[in-house]
Design a protein around this ligand. Structure first.
Ligand code: RIB
Ligand code: NA
Length: 314
């Protein structure tokens, strides 16, 4: 069975402490609660797509340590094909050390890709038929750029539409833009790519049109609580976020969006509908703790989308 969505990216163990503030170098602070949860943008996106009903294959690499089983049991439970999730006996599994401000929920993250730093083009070649057979290919910028780029080139060669979530923010070579069908930066990543600031809707409109001119098929700039600004050949405008009553943390909300978007596009949804689903998956995820564990199942998302439609109808 061909996957509908293939994701290339990082798994990492998110080591999360809530603190009153950031420590200074040489200082020790007492945390207010620790949790260990599955994270990594690629992994979170794969989980989000799978929970929306897509059949998903993930390409990545883990270490041979205490964190690796966290990933494998997550994929087993979500039904994600892990044939191309390798094990590197010589490197640790990726980790993200995350400090969450106990009051305002802001976070500071140190990400260490570990085994994923050693992914090779041969790993991508080994997954070539999986990539070629899928309806959508997804990547981010947590892996070495040349590996991400090679994955994108491979998908492009096979005519498989590419979603690039350019996170964490990093400038990418001009030649990559025409290979990207859907580019999904947030405000700060969009600002970094176009070299300006993206704070208002007008800024987002301008940034999106600059990115389109570089050769991207469809640009979707995620704007947090506002929603997502879309510039595509068939639609330009804002798809609003869902209303969220209480935010627990926003870790992985962008990944929830991308996974939901990918799953819906793979099913043939219009871009607007796919973005709407992405917004619902993301909005529901911020009401629960962590990244992967917070991602809602399809039934919950369907109910939310239905509720919104009904609200609009009356
Ligand atoms: O996008 C959120 C993710 O980014 C977290 O799960 C953390 O692992 C970091 O990589
Ligand atoms: Na969350």
């Amino acid at each position: 069975l061909n996957p509908s969505v293939t994701v290339l990216g990082l798994f990492c163990a998110d080591l999360i402490s809530r603190t009153p503030r950031l420590p200074a170098w040489g200082e020790t602070l007492r945390g207010r609660g620790f949790s260990l949860m599955a994270g990594g943008k690629g992994s979170n996106q794969a989980v989000a797509a799978a929970r929306q009903g897509a059949s998903v294959a993930f390409i990545s690499r883990l270490g041979d340590d205490a964190f690796a089983p966290l990933a494998r049991s997550l994929y087993a439970e979500a039904g994600i094909d892990m044939t191309h999730v390798g094990t590197d006996p010589a490197a640790p599994t990726g980790t993200a050390t995350i400090l969450v401000d106990d009051e305002i929920g802001d976070n500071a993250i140190v990400i260490d890709p570990g085994a994923c730093q050693n992914l090779t083009k041969a790993d991508i070649d080994a997954a070539q038929s999986v990539i070629a057979g899928s309806a959508i290919f997804v990547s981010q910028l947590e892996l070495p750029l040349e590996i991400c780029r090679y994955g994108i080139e491979t998908a492009h060669q096979h005519g498989v539409p590419v979603i690039l979530n350019p996170a964490p923010g990093q400038v990418i070579p001009e030649a990559m833009y025409p290979l990207i069908d859907y580019l999904t930066p947030n405000e700060s990543e969009a600002a970094l790519l176009v070299g300006g600031t993206v704070e208002t809707l007008d800024d987002a409109r301008d940034a999106a049109s600059i990115l389109r001119k570089r050769g991207v098929g469809h640009v979707l700039i995620t704007l947090g609580a506002q929603g997502v600004w879309i510039n595509s050949p068939s639609f330009e405008g804002l798809v609003p976020a869902i209303r969220v009553d209480s935010v627990v943390d926003t870790i992985g909300a962008g990944d929830a969006f991308n996974g939901g978007l990918a799953a819906a596009l793979a099913e043939g949804a219009t871009l607007e509908a796919a973005a709407r689903r992405g917004c619902a998956v993301a909005g529901l995820s911020v009401a629960r703790a962590g990244a992967a564990p917070a991602i809602p199942m399809r039934e919950v998302v369907d109910a939310e989308l239905m509720r919104r439609n009904n609200e609009k109808g009356c």
